[in-house]
Every structure is written in C-alpha cells, then in structure tokens.
Design a protein around this ligand. Structure first.
Ligand code: SF4
Length: 293
C-alpha cells in the first residue's frame, strides 16, 4: 500500500465514487501485477479459513496449555442457547465465535492472524455473524480490503505488536479493522467506515498486554470477545452518523504516542497487570516453575 493517511484513502474513494475496498483492491492488483479477481480470490480463501476456525473452535474439545479454560466455549454456548442473554442471539453468536477462534489459536489451530494471532477471534466473529445475518459473502470478503487498507495506516505509523503498544495494538487494531469492515457491509460510506475504525480504536487507547504466565489465553480470550462486540457497536454508531470528534488519522497518532509511552510491564512481558496479581504469579509459578519479577 502507498496511501499515507486515512484522510487520503477516504478522499480517493470519494473522488472515484467508490468504496474504500475497491480502491484497496485496485492498489493491491497493481502492486501484485495481477487482476482484481485474483486478489479477491486470495482474500476469499482467507475468509474461508476464518469460517473454518469458527466451526473448528466450536466443535473441538480444547486442551489449553494452562488447562484453565478448557470448557469455555461449551459454557458460553449453553448460556446463550438457554436464552438467558439480555443482549440476545446475535451478541451470543459474536461472543461464541470470538471465543471459539481465540481458543482454537491458543490450542495451535489454524487461524488467520488479522492483524495478529492473539487478536485472531475478532475479525472472524464479526464477519461470520454478518454472513449469518444475510449479508452476501462477496461483500463481506470485499470489506476485508477496507479493514486492511485502514489498518495499513496503523502499520505505517504505529504497530500491531502487543510487545510494542500493548493489547491496544493487537485487539484494538483488530476491533478497528472489524468495525470498518462491518460499517462497509452495512452500506456505510467511506467516511463512516473511517469513523467506525476511529471510534473503535479510540475507546481502547491504553489497553495493556498482560498475559498470565505469558500464554495467549488469560485475559486474551475475554479481550477478543469484548473487542468483537465493541467493533459491531462502533460500526453501528458510525453508520448512525455518530463521528469520532478526533479525526481518524489523529487517533492513530495518539495510539502511537500511548504505545511508545507504555511501561514495559504492560507490553507482553507478563510482568504487570493481571500477570502480576497474586493469582497470576501463582499460575506462572505452577506452570513455569518461576515467579515473574
Ligand atoms: S493481552 Fe497481549 S497476548 Fe493477549 S491478546 Fe492482548 S496483546 Fe495479545
């Protein structure tokens, strides 16, 4: 990608009266010296792997390294099937899918890292639920280019790495990507997609990375679930006309500032936050024979 700002990407889309996804597909086809269909076919194969990871994550019996949350998907599915949820069936589907893929990754299942393995539950949960709600697969696949195009600005300015910018960089970026995709799927304009991206990201600035005992399980699965729901809410807010007061590019700059200023304890070292609680340290000691210092 060669677009240097979200503002430019939106402006090009508006000038050409196209969706952001169409602009990104054109750029990718040119850069890969191929045609649009080849680029779309490749993305379709990634979406199919995402769908498989949802299904596999739901049906597989987990055997986590920590053994701490082996029953997680069963428990959650049972709750939603019992119709106990205040938020309802769709949220239940999002929650279950995000947890299934996140758990599947923790157990070494095949996933698509979008943008990272730790945050891999968010995009599949949001996109597959859109397909379950009747949106066309081809539009869902196209929306992944909008997510990728906007996320490329994060890649250029900030980071996707928890070790660089905390969980804000992983689950925060994934939520922003999923939110922009969801906005486009729902018929949002380029500006609305950009605002969905910004609203989603701005709400999680400062989110730390504190994996207990260093495993991508606790609190990662919960963060995937919350981020997936948050992504859809941000998309709906943007499509309703609610804007990020801080322009999307400035939100990414703020993300960079927050990540750079984040204490090392909160950047995937498992030395701070939940990893450094008495229980977190006891789990680490039991599993790894050491206490984080
Ligand atoms: S808490 Fe850290 S390891 Fe877990 S998903 Fe977030 S960034 Fe990844």
């Amino acid at each position: 990608m060669y677009i240097k700002s979200i503002e430019s990407l939106v402006a090009i889309a508006n000038e050409q009266n196209k969706k952001i996804s169409d602009i990104v597909i054109d750029i990718e086809a040119k850069s890969e010296k191929t045609d649009r269909q080849a680029i779309i076919d490749k993305m379709t194969s990634y979406y199919d792997i995402m769908k498989e990871s949802v299904e596999n994550g739901k049906k597989d019996k987990f055997n986590f390294v920590t053994g701490l949350q082996n029953e997680c998907v069963d428990i959650v599915e049972k709750f939603y099937k019992a119709k106990k949820s205040i938020l309802g069936e769709t949220v239940g589907e999002v929650v279950t899918a995000a947890m299934a893929v996140s758990g599947y990754n923790a157990c070494m299942g095949k996933i698509i890292a979008a943008p990272t393995a730790g945050s891999c539950g968010i995009m599949p949960a949001v996109l597959t639920v859109c397909e379950n709600r009747g949106y066309k697969k081809e539009d869902i696949v196209k929306s992944m280019f909008t997510a990728a195009g906007l996320a490329d600005i994060i890649a250029q300015i900030a980071t996707f790495a928890g070790a660089g910018g905390g969980c804000m960089a992983e689950c925060g970026s994934a939520a922003a990507m999923a939110s922009s995709a969801c906005a486009e799927i729902m018929g949002g304009t380029p500006e609305e997609c950009a605002h969905a991206f910004a609203l989603s990201l701005s709400a999680v600035l400062g989110l730390i990375c504190d994996p207990v005992a260093g495993f991508v399980e606790v609190p990662c699965m919960g963060k995937n679930v919350m981020s997936a729901v948050h992504a859809i809410v941000s998309a709906e807010l943007a499509c309703a006309g609610f804007k990020s007061v801080i322009p999307p590019d400035e939100v990414v700059l703020a993300m960079k500032e927050v990540g750079d200023g984040m204490d090392e304890r909160f950047r995937e070292t498992a030395k701070g936050g939940l990893a450094n609680t008495p229980t977190g340290r006891a789990i680490a000691e039991k599993l790894l024979g050491r206490i984080n210092k």
